[in-house]
Write a protein that binds this ligand. Structure first.
Ligand code: PNS
Length: 167
């Protein structure tokens, strides 16, 4: 069985992520979407919430029957090995992503020989969408339809407003 891991912060999952998930799922027997910790990013949602938002976003989507959602602490390569995955999938939106993603891929190759990284380029019409953009839009109460799955748009908006009120 060919298993790939699609790791990320997913804070929250966007339609760009969902497109990568669908396309990667078509290339493997099993795709595990894994919420992981990025030490350079501050979170809006808890890990459990991010997992739940991904699951709800995938509900009813075509071509994701072989997709699992999980979360993990620790190194990505250790998690990949624990799931018998030989491949990590990453999305590339723009050239600006490339430098950092190359560095991570090289590091992961060093840390975990046998775990390779496969890059999928973003669909051009979705390439400008990121979790950061979604959080920014939510801050200014812009309708999130078209940026995240319709099923989670209200929850993402509400969480951002709650966070702003707490400050
Ligand atoms: O969506 P992101 O924030 O670009 O995802 C980055 C992520 C979470 C995949 C990366 O930070 C990661 O792999 N974290 C797990 C810890 C790890 O393995 N670090 C070494 C490789 S950078």
């Amino acid at each position: 069985m060919r298993t790939a891991i699609y790791p990320g912060s997913f804070d929250p999952v966007t339609v760009g992520h969902l497109d990568i998930i669908q396309r990667a799922a078509a290339q493997f027997d099993r795709l595990v979407v894994c919420v992981m910790y990025n030490s350079e990013k501050q979170g809006l949602f808890t890990t459990a919430e991010r997992v739940d938002l991904i699951r709800r976003s995938l509900d009813g989507l075509d071509g994701v029957e072989n997709v699992e959602v999980d979360h993990a602490d620790g190194l990505l390569v250790d998690y990949a090995r624990s799931r018998n995955a030989s491949c990590v999938v990453k999305g590339l939106r723009r050239v600006a992503d490339f430098e950092a993603e190359m560095q991570m891929a090289d590091l992961n190759r060093q840390l975990g020989p046998g775990v390779d990284t496969l890059f999928l380029t973003a669909r051009p019409d979705l390439a400008f969408i990121s979790s950061t953009i979604v959080r920014e839009l939510a801050r200014y109460r812009v309708d999130l339809g078209g940026y995240v799955a319709g099923s989670i748009a209200d929850d993402v908006a509400a969480r951002m407003q709650q966070r702003l009120e707490e400050k």
